[in-house]
Design a protein around this ligand. Sequence first.
Ligand code: ADP
Ligand code: MG
Length: 236
Amino acid sequence: DGRKDRLGGKAATPTATSTKKADPVTFLDLNLSDKTIAGLTKSKYTKMTEIQKRAIPLALTGKDILGAAKTGSGKTLSYLIPMLERLHKQSWSRVDGIGAIVLSPTRELALQIFNVLRKVGREHNFSAGLVTGGKDLQAEAGSIRHMNILICTPGRLLQHLSETPDFNCDNLSMLVLDEADRILDMGFAKTLNAILEYFPSERQTMLFSATQTKSLSDIARLSMNDPEYVAVHEAS
Ligand code: ADP
Ligand code: MG
């Protein structure tokens, strides 16, 4: 990668610090786009949380990620940053359609994610929509065709995929299953499987949850490609 050696880019000198690159600690230690850095800075995010330190660098390489970390550990930015970077690198624009989808178990969570995206993604030009069934289906159908990023609840997304004319996710580049354990707990397994049928297999998938269960590994096997497992267990 293009990361500069912090000691000035000289050839390795025989000191302890120069033999190994330091692990990233702040968002500035990652090779993020200026637009993402500006969004993070304006949102006052500087140091990464543990799950962010481990998941973001891996996700930036394009790998599928299976992430487990407790509530409040900062999972949202762990996938939103790689998402923004991926679309940015792919020069995603309005005409490219839906580039990324986040599936959330509830409307409330979807709204929270949407608000974080609006903050950290403010310098990017991607259009983003919230698809959670609170609004009139026809009104929603009119606008989602022009979106690049959707934050959705599973039932409403499947409804649009199966019923809304001219709406498709054929170009989808990244899929995120947030709170995947709760998505399954709420009985969305069949809905999720049906949704996956509409997505191209050539994509990056990130799955985050607070717990690991057998049914989650089934979903992972079904929806992911050789995922990297990233778990953060805090000492209690
Ligand atoms: P989770 O999804 O794991 O429950 P969230 O992504 O909702 O966690 O983050 C929990 C809280 O931590 C939020 O208030 C969020 O703004 C804050 N937070 C997340 N990442 C950072 C960070 N790198 N620095 C400071 N605060 C952060
Ligand atoms: Mg969360």
